[in-house]
Design a binder for this molecule. Structure first.
Ligand code: ATP
Ligand code: MG
Length: 432
């Protein structure tokens, strides 16, 4: 057989290897702990959905749907898309499973963690498969919900000891306010039509707010003087936003307001926010973003239900943690390494190892027939807390030598105790 050409992973994807995964698991553990304090529990929805789930919710004119979606027709001619974000699928599931019913708590609060797919130009912190850790809360239109969820996000970042964060907020108002603003914005942009990018010329009438979100330098120049949405909020929208601001103040959560921030998804209204971090030199990194999406549940055929959520970009968060020099807990040391000497010991030491493992202690031994010296080295590499030496003479005497690595103290312990009550032995030796 001819040697085949080496296949590489697709552009914009990552292999997460053991040393990195431990950081991911740590993040997930902290998220679980913090989110539980606020009573958010995990939901898992499919990685792919019907195309309409995203085209309707995120919006046909958004970059995400119009340029970045991985969509295809399956063997049954269904138009399918890999999810580019988490909210639309969760809302679809909320409606489909009738999670608004009387048997469920209100607000209904969930979190998710999983891969998202966007056909983007890969670069640092911008991938084609990336992970989002997000939350959604259904059923409360109270601005206190906006604030408590932002506070939860901040508590999560605090737990990770991430420091250089900036919370940026804005309001998109309700439908009525946005309609009025939309007209004003179109009037303003029409006058500068010639200076806009091709994309924005197209979007001008369909979805002028998208122009504010454009990353094209020409558009950025034009929108610098655009009217502010905050001047167009009606009474109710203004009230909602000022309550959010005052409650953030009451909780002593610092924030900035950016009236040009609109976010890349069409489903938002009222409060929207981003958390930026300045730790990575020269880049403004948005590590989390979210907001309110009253109306989206109705859009999917459910009863009128307000919603609020956010998503954290996990790769960006990990990059930022590294840039801030935050040390995540390193690989945990192994409890016991069993050094076996001579063939005779093989079967016996396997039995001992299994007894210790059944008692719940992480244990390794050598299966490669290495010399004792190499085995001690392996134990060292695994940062073993205890090293047990099992040889012919030990087995004959039914007493095994255990070394406490930290103190270098050696003790003879009866084989019987090791096999039947290792938990106590472990406790005695290590005072843990
Ligand atoms: P950007 O403006 O950077 O393209 P976005 O507005 O498209 O971000 P959202 O859809 O709000 O991003 O997603 C929330 C978070 O997910 C972002 O703040 C970011 O941390 C992360 N994220 C978005 N797209 C990517 C990607 N292609 N690769 C890695 N992380 C991403
Ligand atoms: Mg984007």
């Amino acid at each position: 057989m001819r040697k085949s050409k080496r296949v590489q992973r697709p552009k914009g994807t990552n292999d997460l290897l053991i040393d990195e995964i431990k950081n991911w698991q740590y993040l997930e553990k902290i998220a679980q702990e913090v989110f539980k304090i606020y009573q958010f529990f995990e939901i898992r929805t499919p990685l792919f959905e019907h195309y309409e789930v995203f085209s309707r919710a995120v919006g046909d004119t958004s970059d995400i749907v119009s340029k970045e979606m991985y969509d295809f027709y399956d063997k049954g001619e269904r138009h399918i898309a890999l999810r580019p974000e988490g909210t639309a699928g969760v809302v679809r599931a909320f409606v489909e499973n009738k999670l608004f019913g009387p048997e469920y708590g209100k607000p209904y609060k969930v979190y998710y963690l999983g891969p998202m797919f966007r056909y983007e130009r890969p670069q640092a912190g911008r991938l084609r498969q990336f992970y989002q850790l997000g939350v959604e809360a259904f059923g409360s239109k109270n601005p206190a919900t906006d604030v408590e969820i932002i506070a939860m996000l901040m508590q999560f970042f605090d737990r990770l000891e991430l420091k250089k964060n900036r919370l940026v907020i804005n309001s998109l108002g309700d439908k009525e306010s946005r309609e009025v603003y939309r007209k004003a914005l179109i009037e303003f942009l029409e006058l500068k039509m010639e200076q806009l990018s091709e994309d924005s010329k197209h979007r001008l009438y369909k979805n002028p707010l998208r122009v504010l979100d454009s990353k094209d330098e020409r558009d950025k120049k034009v929108v610098a003087d655009a009217p502010s949405i905050l001047d167009y909020l009606n009474e109710e929208s203004m009230q909602h936003f000022s309550k959010v601001k005052s409650m953030l103040g009451a909780l002593e959560i610092p924030y900035e307001i950016d009236h040009r921030m609109v976010r890349g998804l069409d489903y938002y209204n009222h409060t929207i926010f981003e958390v930026m971090n300045d730790a990575i030199l020269g880049v403004q990194t948005t590590i989390a973003a979210g907001g309110r999406y009253d109306g989206l549940v109705e859009y999917f055929g459910g009863p009128a239900t307000p919603g609020f959520g956010f998503a954290i970009g996990v790769e960006r968060l990990l990059m930022t943690l590294a840039a801030e020099g935050v040390e995540l807990p390193s690989k945990s040391p192994i409890d016991v390494y069993v050094v076996s000497i001579g063939d005779v010991a093989d079967e016996q030491s396997l039995k001992i190892v299994q007894d210790i493992r059944k008692a719940g202690f992480s244990t390794e031994q050598d299966f490669l027939g290495r010399k004792a010296k190499a085995q001690f080295k392996a134990a060292d590499k695994l940062k073993a807390k205890l090293i047990m030496t099992v040889g012919e003479s030990e087995l004959l005497a039914k007493k095994i030598k255990i070394k406490v690595v930290q103190t270098q103290e050696e003790t003879l312990i009866s084989l019987e105790r090791i096999r039947t009550d290792f938990a106590t032995v472990y406790k005695e030796l290590l005072n843990e």
